[in-house]
Design a binder for this molecule. Structure first.
Ligand code: IPE
Ligand code: IPE
Ligand code: MG
Length: 249
């Protein structure tokens, strides 16, 4: 087992936390128990990433499409979310973590949105890792929303259509103040993006783990990071060009 090169970790790690339901089913437990166990994994991974000085950790916790799940499951997930935000606040303060949410917050129950707003405000002055939860989040909805805002500004005459390009467009996304993810981990063996960060993942290195989220741990995280460190990020260039670019002078 190689050691981690601490100087070559993703600045922004995004995670699609998947497999809670299947984990529970395998143990003959209810799906919600899988989600409860999943919250423990969240705590562990947040702590590890913060220790490794990852700049941004973005977790897909509830998709815009997850509202279509059975009402009882949605309710239980919302209850867990509320409990999580409350119980994590002290820990986030102690670990200098800045809390953030992306997604359609207007769709969340008002009390949860209140807790979220309070946590964002309280942690706003922290200077360590930025922990972002994607809640009621959909990538297509985000892009369409950005297009809508731009159209409104054009209609109001505050911007000109000529100004819209690949550098100005992302300023209208939820992630305007964040770098793009360098690395994406999806657990549970599913190999799809499921409407997560569609614009932002354009050049992200993708990694799929067979492990269900409740079983994902420090060892699996380090394994994923070692894979990341073996990748060559070419951004359209050739390998030779990259090597030449690394030479001094
Ligand atoms: C991920 O686990 C958590 C959420 C989507 C909220 P799942 O609930 O999707 O678990 P599986 O995919 O059914 O195993
Ligand atoms: C994606 O997982 C959303 C989250 C992890 C929150 P899903 O389990 O909802 O994705 P699909 O439906 O299998 O694509
Ligand atoms: Mg799933």
């Amino acid at each position: 087992m190689h050691r981690l090169d601490k100087s070559n970790l993703p600045r922004h790690l995004a995670v699609i936390m998947d497999g809670n339901g299947r984990w529970a089913k395998q143990q003959m437990l209810k799906r919600i128990v899988g989600h409860q166990k999943g919250v423990e994994t969240v705590r562990l991974i947040v702590e590890e990433c913060s220790k490794l000085e990852i700049g941004y950790l973005t977790l897909f916790a509830f998709s815009a499409e997850n509202w279509l799940r059975p009402k009882t499951e949605v309710k239980a997930l919302m209850a867990l979310l509320k409990k999580f935000v409350r119980s994590e606040l002290d820990r986030m303060m102690n670990n200098n973590i800045r809390f953030n949410v992306i997604g359609n917050r207007a769709e969340l129950p008002a009390d949860i949105d209140g807790e979220i707003g309070a946590a964002i405000e309280q942690t706003a002055g922290n200077t360590g890792m930025v922990l972002t939860l994607a809640l009621s989040y959909g990538g297509r909805q985000e892009i369409a929303g950005a297009a809508r805002k731009i159209a409104q500004e054009v209609a109001a005459g505050t911007i000109s259509p000529d100004e819209i390009d690949e550098t100005t467009f992302p300023r209208y996304l939820y992630t305007a103040t964040m770098p793009e993810p360098d690395f994406l981990i999806r657990t549970s063996g599913e190999m799809r993006i499921s409407n997560f960060l569609l614009w932002q993942l354009a050049y992200t290195e993708l990694y799929f783990s067979e492990v269900n989220w409740p079983d994902f741990d420090k060892k699996e995280l380090y394994k994923a990071f070692r894979h990341y460190q073996s990748r060559e990020r070419r951004f359209g260039k050739t390998s030779d060009q990259l090597r030449a670019g690394m030479l001094p002078g």
